[in-house]
Design a protein around this ligand. Structure first.
Ligand code: HEM
Length: 364
């Protein structure tokens, strides 16, 4: 079922801005976006075979989806030496095709595949180790069972299968790493975030390049753990806080991570609301049925923060960046765009000849 959250926070939430002009702006934006979403869903309905649509109106269940992911990969493990055929692919068209998918199933989560596509881009890149060059988006190795089954990747079969079904057959030369990272770029831009410069050049590699489990952050831990994880990739404190702003989008799912709920009330709209929420609301502990616990907003307990995020907010070196981004959207957008580009390019063997794209948005 589609959740009740729209694209803008409801009026009257104490933790958010009380400026009436801002609210009018937010509501108009929300209305415009909802109209756009509806229109886009109608277009996709028209474009798809109605019979097919009827038989498969929802995303596959997690177990069904997993089966698909576990199939032999399309690309054989020994194709790592092929050069990326970037000249043959119209990347703006790939961008457009992914953008068309975002709102294609209004029953999925909050009505957009954007958040889960962003998480796929991040998890396929965030395995990088700057010391030995292993991991990162280059090999597209999350398509293999060995990496897909890392606990942190629970639920990402939804995003992988979406791209596998609708994008890969149309662009067989597109590498998995390029496809996964481009999905994240589309999600950020189409849901209202900054432009992300993107270059092709990732090459598929075999399952021998899958990284060991444990390279992605664990939400139950503390700020020093976040530092270990992100310093290993080569990020600094400011970049760590900027990247965590990806939690402007999406939500936690009890059946994936064990946590539950979005970080603020507008999970399909990329903004600095995450920082406003974490710095201004009153957070109280809530036990979950699975033995985990999380923070919830006292005024709206549907909204949550992971244990690790509050320890980051309390860290004296990280806190100033949370406050900076809460106050200044432009600075957040600029820092996020730079850090995200760096993230999805970690370890990619660019030749230097690749064209750098700034994609035109479908959702203007
Ligand atoms: C401190 C580091 C981080 C931790 C501990 C963390 C943890 C989590 C957890 C536990 C979830 C819930 C997964 C689920 O149940 O579906 C999640 C979701 C998500 N994360 Fe992170 N994350 C971190 C950093 C990032 C970064 C750097 C990005 C992107 C730049 C990001 C983007 C997302 C998105 C978009 C979702 C929502 C996915 C959806 O709605 O399906 N996260 N994260």
């Amino acid at each position: 079922m589609r959740r009740s959250y729209a694209t803008a926070p409801p009026a009257g939430n104490n933790g958010s801005s009380s400026n009436p002009l801002l609210w009018i702006g937010c509501i108009s934006l929300g209305a415009a976006y909802t109209y756009y979403q509806k229109k886009r869903a109608e277009q996709i309905d028209e474009a798809e075979d109605p019979k097919q649509k009827k038989e498969d109106p929802k995303p596959k269940s997690e177990s069904e989806s997993k089966k698909n992911t576990q199939k032999e990969p399309i690309n054989k493990p020994d194709d790592s030496k092929k050069t990326a055929p970037e000249k043959e692919i119209n990347y703006q068209q790939v961008y457009n095709d992914i953008a068309e998918l975002l709102d294609s199933n209004e029953d999925y989560d909050d009505g957009s595949y954007g958040p889960v596509l962003l998480r796929l881009a991040w998890h396929s890149s965030g395995t990088y180790n700057v010391k030995d060059g292993s991991g990162g988006s280059n090999g597209g190795t999350m398509r293999f069972k060995a990496e897909a089954e890392h606990a942190a990747n629970n639920g990402l079969e939804v995003a992988r299968d979406l791209l596998e079904k609708h994008i890969k057959p149309k662009y067989p030369e597109l590498s998995y790493g390029d496809m996964y990272t481009l999905g994240g770029v589309v999600a950020i831009q189409e849901l209202g975030g900054p432009n992300i410069k993107w270059r092709p050049g990732r090459r598929d590699q075999g399952d021998n390049k899958c990284t060991p489990d444990g390279r992605l952050p664990d939400g139950s831990k503390k700020a020093d753990h976040v530092r270990d994880i992100f310093y290993r990739m080569g990020f600094n404190d400011r970049e760590i806080v900027a990247l965590t702003g990806g939690h402007a989008l999406g939500r936690c799912h009890l059946d994936r991570s064990g946590y539950d709920g979005p970080w603020q009330e507008a999970p399909t709209f990329f903004s600095n609301e995450y920082y406003k929420a974490i710095t201004s609301r009153e957070w109280v502990k809530r036990d979950l049925p699975n033995g985990l616990w999380q923070w919830v907003d006292k005024a709206n307990p549907e909204v949550m923060m992971l244990p690790i995020e509050i320890t980051m907010l309390e860290d004296e070196k990280l806190k100033p960046y949370f406050e900076l981004y809460a106050k200044d959207t432009a600075v957040f957008f600029e820092d996020f765009a730079n850090a995200f580009k760096k993230l999805i390019e970690l370890g990619v063997p660019f030749t230097g000849d690749e064209k750098e794209y700034v994609f035109e948005r479908l959702n203007m």
